[in-house]
Design a protein around this ligand. Sequence first.
Ligand code: CTP
Length: 405
Amino acid sequence: MNIVVGVTGGIAAYKSVHLVRLLIKAGHEVTVIPTEDALRFVGLPTWEAISRHPVTTSVHDDVARVRHVALGQNADLVIVAPATANTIARMTAGIADDLLGTTLLATEAPVVIAPAMHAEMWRHTATQANVATLRSRGVHIVGPADGELAGGDSGPGRMVEPEDIAEAALALFAAGDLAGLRVAISAGGTREPIDPVRYLGNRSSGRQGVALAAEAAARGASVTLVAANISGDVLAAAQHPSVDIVPVGSAAELGDALTDIAAAADVVVMAAAVADYRPVEVAARKLTKDRGELTRIELVENPDIIAGLTAARREGQTFVAFAAETPSEEGGEEEMLARARRKRERKGVDVLVVNEVGWDRGFETPDNEVRVIGPDGAVIAAASGSKHQVAAAIWDSLAAVRSPV
Ligand code: CTP
């Protein structure tokens, strides 16, 4: 493949030397396009020597071969690593005053960026909004990782290791049955704040959603996992270069985060347990017993997130909801499935995964048992076993729904 590696002005630029070596070792032609700032960290001769191609930052070199667009047109893949906050902002605005800018505008190849910056800059609303815009345009974001940053600080902002960037980028071309698919998954349970120390929550651990994310990534999809209050050890199973994790707290945060992510996805899997109600008011200070403030909490209904997303569906999108149900004493299984079918229609989803739950099953356990209801209301799959096995069975049935034989 012809791969363009854009290098921008961050200390992590030195690690991209290794990234270029890895890509060349894997048999690819690599052209490096640094920005002027990047050359302050690693000089031009290093990039030329390592890539064995001429390197320039300028749109005015090699004009005869319209180099400013030719590199982008001929690329099969463009990687920008490190991608600074400034570069991310410039990409969002489509600024093209150097060779990397023109190349990014001229390419139709997949673009993978590996952000690297200080944690504050990464968390800034401007950067987050820019990243969301790029993601909605199909740019693949790898990282950043959480860890030690330049100057002794730590937090999210560290560039993902070159091996992982290469793996994530090349996985876009992997032959898995979900290769090229963009998947959005919500998982975990929302917490609805009552006051600064209390919330209304539920017992969802997020394990099934995390297993769905890991399985999709392993099969070639690029996944965004919107994680509502999932503990670090559960989330660790989703660590994969093609899984991007977006942490959220309340139903409102989950809804806001998912709106843009779902718009850019081919498959949206709503596995999160969303609180149906939230307190009307969130107290600014801790409520106390002696004032009798905790005996009544007035609640208001949360919007139905998945119903909102399906109402704005694009052609080609597949929506999946989950229903945690307990069979009733009188109606048993049949009545439970009938309820689930009505729920599938009410939510406007293609597929509903019914998850039988009780005090001792479904939640906080490693195993699960599900029935998958397909677009015409029939049960198209049933699976039980580890949440990983169940995830594989769910993806098998989703792959079949998307491309029926
Ligand atoms: N869901 C959602 N937004 C909500 C509540 C639920 O998107 N405010 C999603 C869940 O993530 C799940 C599906 O809807 O994928 C079904 O959730 P469930 O709680 O079973 O549905 P409800 O509509 O709340 O029905 P019930 O009255 O049975 O709780």
